[in-house]
Design a protein around this ligand. Sequence first.
Ligand SMILES: NC(=O)C1=CN([C@@H]2O[C@H](COP(=O)(O)OP(=O)(O)OC[C@H]3O[C@@H](n4cnc5c(N)ncnc54)[C@H](O)[C@@H]3O)[C@@H](O)[C@H]2O)C=CC1
Ligand SMILES: CC(=O)C(=O)O
Ligand SMILES: [Mg+2]
Length: 375
Amino acid sequence: MIIGVPKEIKNNENRVALTPGGAETLVKRGHEVYVQATAGEGSGFSDEEYIAAGAKILPTIEETYAIAEMIMKVKEPIEPEYKLIKEDQLLFTYFHFASYEPLTNAMIEQKPVCLAYETVEKVDRSLPLLIPMSEVAGRMASQEGAKYLEKPFGGRGILMGGVPGVKPAKVLVLGGGIVGTQAAKMAAGLGADVTMMDISLPRLRQLDDIMPANVKTMMSSEYNIKNEIKDVDLIIGAVLIPGAKAPHLITKDMLKDMRPGTVMVDVAVDQGGCFETTKATTHAEPTYEIDGVLHYCVANMPGAVPYTSTLALTNATLPYAIQLADKGWEKACAENEELKKGLNIIKGDVVYKAVADAFNLAYKPLEEVMGEAIA
Ligand SMILES: NC(=O)C1=CN([C@@H]2O[C@H](COP(=O)(O)OP(=O)(O)OC[C@H]3O[C@@H](n4cnc5c(N)ncnc54)[C@H](O)[C@@H]3O)[C@@H](O)[C@H]2O)C=CC1
Ligand SMILES: CC(=O)C(=O)O
Ligand SMILES: [Mg+2]
């Protein structure tokens, strides 16, 4: 198969979808790998390393899209990329369709096969291609939260761990999955007083067993959230309903009950955000303030730590990319239930129900689109 790896063009996105090691693995299996010039630079990989691995370098993004049967990316395609995408081309990347209607419409129009990292799902319902980036974003959420709580950055001016004789900061983590757990761990490590909320009681039991003593658990409900936010310093939004828009757990109205300088980090921004007042920001301008509350809503948080993130992401994606390249997407998805769950839009048909529901689009079950082979 001919595989193209374009350079990411989203603001401050320094990750790349394939390492030189990954390229070498695919080339050794008989595939052709084309990498756009300097695509790996932000992650510390030179063009020469890709060439040594057997890949070919193409000077422009246009040529990279034009030649490839499968495009491997990190972030969802953005506007300037839409027209480069070819009918029937396989796109293997994050999409987060439910949070962005123009992207969904563009992919329906361009008719590629969209296989979304974030909905590839194992039988135990875990999301193997989201987990590594959720681990990064979760750990970063507390780091960024601690920074923005500093007065010069717009926060209340409170130190996460406090000092002897002065109380630590109070941190509320909404969602106790991968992001929430990693965020809570980091905040607890800094000495903060952490509360985690989730709607799953079994998950709260697990967390209660494994988390340090300065992490408490609470059932997630509007009532509990309203009570907690009154004296909290940092709120981390980390909920997920796979493929769907995130529920708004904190409404605009609730901001009035918070102390000025409270910081809210919405990691769930790429699924629309779990705060009503969330709007996606970039690393260039990560925060904005509403009613005295500082919002941090960067949709590609891991892009800021590309050394860690590229290696973590490609560790997870490469085994799936090999299957797609070796067998083609139809056979690979027919034989692997995990990959099959990643199919969101196939040549104009929306085959992932939560995405169709998000925008009242027609939903076509996979069996209708693909026939018995894939159903
Ligand atoms: N901004 C960024 O750069 C990044 C964002 N993300 C996003 O972070 C979000 C969380 O991802 P993961 O932790 O991997 O998901 P996960 O599936 O591991 O955890 C989500 C948790 O939210 C809980 N939940 C659902 N509804 C809830 C509610 N009403 N109240 C409290 N908890 C609720 C679930 O029970 C689950 O435990 C996703 O939207 C993901 O796309 C992930 C990586 C990077
Ligand atoms: C998961 C995701 O959206 C990211 O890593 O940017
Ligand atoms: Mg994201």
